[in-house]
Design a protein around this ligand. Structure first.
Ligand SMILES: Nc1ncnc2c1ncn2[C@@H]1O[C@H](COP(=O)(O)OP(=O)(O)O)[C@@H](O)[C@H]1O
Ligand SMILES: [Mg+2]
Length: 341
């Protein structure tokens, strides 16, 4: 039997964005299928919000070019905007929440629902279902919104983003400003919504924990898309499929790290603490014993050692570090060439 291929929700080919002379998005391409949760990761200024602004019809066409389709419609044409906007929902950052704090969650939902032309009764029914999935306590549905906690307010805004039952939901920094203990809760609600409603989701974030619920992650740096794949595939692309050994070394110095790097089977190292280094070696099982012998021979005092799998956070750090090293090498070779000229 031929499996029906999943519907393409977002298709981006060679997207470039410029503000004046400054290019902030470079040749970005990716594709998102129905029901996927996509994480957009990158440090501040990487271009995450800008890309989402293109997809959500918020950026003037004069600033960008490329072949972009959102639910099969091109946001470059303003005649497509009403249809695209009815197919998508957008939840801004906590500070940007556009809510009526003197009114109740239910009334807030009704107001936003009416802007989509939804009937009050219909809106109430959908709201009740969303509030329940989002675990917004029933006794708060009619309280003034300002009495609710930050996490509850955020969940009300997620409910509003979903009230017109969009195919795609865009969330800008959904866990920023939510305290650490509640962060995981917000993420698990999003996953639950995705499972129950099948909503495709984009999470813009610099919170690496969010990767836990993402089917795929996009890693952006300086407007360039470095990677776009499932977290398992990304981690598996590391040496030994992401298997690493974590060493605590007494008086760890750059020089001692260099000694470790010089050991041939070592493919990558990353310093993760004052005296802690994680080491990726090829043929892990075979070379671990040799690495131990090598550290002894080189008078490195290893006080503890463990074996672990790389997390997405670590993958992200390594990938960014790699890019920084590439740039440094390039800069140095340009300097040498300029020196010779
Ligand atoms: N309207 C604008 N005019 C000029 N520069 C902008 C504008 N919007 C964003 N930028 C610049 O584009 C880059 C990417 O910004 P942004 O997409 O907001 O990054 P992120 O969301 O990843 O933090 C930044 O250097 C930012 O200063
Ligand atoms: Mg941003």
């Amino acid at each position: 039997m031929i499996e029906k291929s999943a519907e393409i929700m977002v298709n981006v080919e060679n997207l470039n964005v410029k503000f004046g002379d400054k290019q902030v998005v470079h040749n970005v391409s990716f594709q998102v299928k129905s029901g996927e949760i996509i994480g957009l990761f990158g440090i501040s200024g990487a271009g995450k919000t800008t890309i989402i602004r293109v997809l959500t019809c918020q950026l003037n066409k004069k600033n960008w070019n490329g072949n972009v389709k959102v639910t099969d419609l091109n946001p470059a044409q303003s005649k497509n905007h009403p249809k695209i906007l009815s197919n998508i929902g957008y939840v801004p950052q906590l500070e940007g929440l556009n809510l009526y704090y003197e009114l109740s969650p239910m009334t807030n939902v009704e107001i936003f629902a009416s802007t989509y032309g939804l009937k009050k009764k219909n809106a109430k029914e959908i709201a009740k279902e969303l509030f329940s999935i989002l675990d917004i306590p029933e006794d708060t549905w009619k309280k003034r919104l300002k009495k609710l906690s930050g996490g509850e307010k955020k969940r009300v805004s997620v409910a509003i983003g979903l009230i017109h039952q969009p195919k795609i939901l865009f969330l800008d920094e959904p866990t920023t400003g939510v305290d650490a203990a509640k962060r995981y809760e917000v993420l698990s609600y999003l996953k639950k919504l995705n499972r129950k409603l099948g909503t495709t989701m984009f999470l813009i974030t610099h919170d690496m924990e969010a990767a836990l619920i993402c089917d795929k992650s996009a890693i952006l740096r300086d407007g360039k898309l470095l990677e776009f794949d499932s977290n398992d595939n990304l981690i598996a692309s590391l040496p030994s499929g992401g298997l690493l050994t974590r060493l605590t070394i007494e008086d760890l110095t750059e020089n001692k790290i260099k000694i470790i790097k010089n050991f041939t089977p070592v493919q990558k190292t990353i310093r993760v603490g004052n005296e802690i280094i994680e080491v990726f070696i090829e043929d892990f099982e075979e070379n671990l014993q040799k690495l131990i012998e090598y550290t002894i021979k080189n008078n490195l005092k290893v006080t503890s050692m463990s074996k672990d799998n790389a997390t997405f956070r670590r993958y992200f750090q390594i990938r960014i570090q790699e890019e920084e090293e590439k740039e440094r090498t390039l800069r140095e070779s340009v300097q040498i060439m300029e020196g010779e000229a």
